[in-house]
Ligand binder design. Structure first.
Ligand SMILES: Cc1cc2nc3c(=O)[nH]c(=O)nc-3n(C[C@H](O)[C@H](O)[C@H](O)COP(=O)(O)OP(=O)(O)OC[C@H]3O[C@@H](n4cnc5c(N)ncnc54)[C@H](O)[C@@H]3O)c2cc1C
Length: 373
């Protein structure tokens, strides 16, 4: 067997960044992934000249200039700005909540009128402490926006009634008193021209890195642990320890992708379905991430359905409530005792809701700790 310094489990952004930086420092690295492709959840695949986001819409956004420069080494980004639209039973509202939304909802035209309307609506909860997500949302934004734009969407996302969800899920609701539909407030935003997969492919392109896809760590866990001096693990930390302390909770998703013989299905990359009846939360029309590039007679859409997670399903989102966070802490303590040569990283290894820029920053921080101090 080749002599490797590291085994990296997972070719997502965390694993690929670590591999790239380790190879830059002369380390030999083996990278495995249980999927049949690299890039984890940012994987995009070209179909009909359209970059299809296989695991949900991914928009890169950050205010961290260092991270923006770092990721731009691996791709050129376009000027895509995320401007999702909500469809509530056929009524279309701009997101995030801004003057366009308020004008459509109430006919108000100035920030002063909008604020007065929001404050009037919030009166319903005046003097009361919100006991659940529904009350929290009404206390922040009032009933009209809650009923049309928050309730159904949130209930579908969590698979529970808003009155049964804790208030802390919605800490704040950004309200923008300008006619600005840009979803993010970050300084930098865009989509890599030609898709995300190239970023990971370029990161892993080194003579010192060997990549094996279709390889599940748990099929040969003992052998891997014996053979590799150090492991970077970006899978589920509870699974690594065979769920010894109990299961962490995750939310899963189910994607339904369809190819249509038309140029432009919905006129926007992201449309959220905020009513309770429609079973999916959003439809992505992929070609709009790159301003309509691709076959003019075809478009590809993906419906996104939230799902409960059971063992064996893809764990897309950690559920960071206090019960799970406490259990995660116990796993970290166990790791410090029983898995000293393993670095746990990324969304699943660190059980944290990371965006791409955050996962890059987290990986680079661990790289610094590992090599540069
Ligand atoms: C639906 C959705 C939409 C998102 N949208 C955005 C967005 O718009 N903007 C943004 O900044 N971020 C977004 N994110 C977050 C982004 O996907 C993550 O920050 C990033 O992909 C995390 O990288 P990672 O390396 O930690 O994990 P992952 O990408 O999940 O990579 C982990 C890899 O490890 C592999 N693996 C796991 N277990 C094993 C095993 N036992 N053996 C071998 N391989 C294993 C997996 O197959 C996977 O390839 C979104 C996430 C989701 C789910």
């Amino acid at each position: 067997m080749q002599k490797y310094d590291y085994l990296i489990v997972g070719t997502g952004l965390f694993g690929a960044t670590f591999a790239h930086e380790a190879a830059k420092r002369g380390k030999r690295v083996k990278v495995i992934d249980k999927r049949d492709h690299v890039a984890g959840n940012i994987y995009t695949k070209e179909i009909d000249g359209i970059q299809v986001h296989q695991y949900g819409a991914h928009i890169f956004h950050t205010s961290n200039k260092k991270i923006w420069n770092y990721v731009n080494q691996f791709a050129d980004f376009n000027r895509y700005t995320n401007t999702p639209v909500a469809n509530y039973n056929g009524e279309m509202y701009n997101l995030p909540f801004n003057m366009n939304t308020f004008n459509k909802m109430w006919g108000v035209r100035t920030p002063k009128e909008a604020l007065a309307k929001i404050n009037e609506q919030r009166q319903e909860m005046a003097g009361k402490k919100p006991q659940n997500l529904e009350e929290q949302a009404i206390s922040l934004i009032g009933r009209d926006i809650y009923e049309k734009l928050i309730k159904g969407y949130t209930e579908k996302q969590w698979g529970r009634k808003a009155t049964e969800l804790p208030a802390f899920i919605i800490r704040r609701l950004p309200v923008r008193l300008t006619y600005d539909n840009n979803y993010f407030n970050d300084d930098y935003q865009g989509i890599p021209i030609g898709g995300y997969t190239q970023i990971v492919e370029k990161m892993l392109d080194s003579d010192l890195i060997d990549v094996e896809t279709g390889a599940d760590f748990f099929d040969k866990k003992d052998e891997y642990l014996k053979r590799y001096p150090k492991i970077v693990f970006t899978g589920m930390i509870d699974q690594f320890f065979d769920y010894r302390l109990g299961e962490l909770e995750y939310r899963s998703l189910h994607f339904e992708t369809e190819e249509l013989n038309e140029d432009n299905y919905q006129g926007n990359a992201v449309i959220n379905y905020t009513d309770a009846k429609t079973p999916f939360t959003r439809i992505i029309e992929h070609k709009h991430f790159e301003f309509g590039k691709g076959d003019k007679n075809k478009t590809i859409i993906t419906r996104e359905y939230p799902a409960d997670w059971h063992r064996g399903d893809e764990p897309y989102y950690p559920v960071n409530n206090s019960k799970n966070n406490n259990l995660y802490k116990q796993y970290v303590e166990l790791a410090q005792k029983d898995a000293k040569n393993v670095i746990f990283g990324g969304r699943l290894g660190q059980y944290r809701y990371y965006n791409m820029d955050q996962v890059l920053a987290a990986a680079l921080k661990i790289v610094d700790k590992e090599f540069d101090n």
